[in-house]
Each structure stands twice: as C-alpha cells, then as structure tokens.
Design a protein. Sequence first.
Length: 77
Amino acid sequence: MSTNTLSTETQIRLLIFFNERIDSKEMAKTLRQVNFTLALGVMSEHEELQNEITKLRDSFYWLNELAETLNPYLDLE
C-alpha cells in the first residue's frame, strides 16, 4: 500500500472534478461497470486481453479500491 500524499494541486483538481463534473457515487458505479466488463473480457479469454492479464489484475484491484473509497458498497453489512 502506498503512503504517498496527494499534492495540493491534485487535491484541488479532484475536488473540482467531483464537485463539478461527476458525482462520486456515479463515478464509483462507472468504475464497477468497467471492472465488470474487463473481468468478463478476461474470462472470455480474448487473446489480446490475455497478454495483459497481470496489468488487468492490478488495474481491476485499484479501480475497485477507488470505487470503494468513493462510495463503499462491498464493505457494507
């Protein structure tokens, strides 16, 4: 797990993004949809996706972590 902190500029850009461009819950939903589509593609054994399986595995994890940060869904009891 990374312990890097975001720069003030990055924090401001993220605040603007989520205040003016897209709701955090909608972004979390979009991230989950993309993750689902990627997972289906990998499970379907598309040759071009199989070549990138390690990158996809990492991306799937981090996109899901971001979605959970924006709008906890899987951690709810």
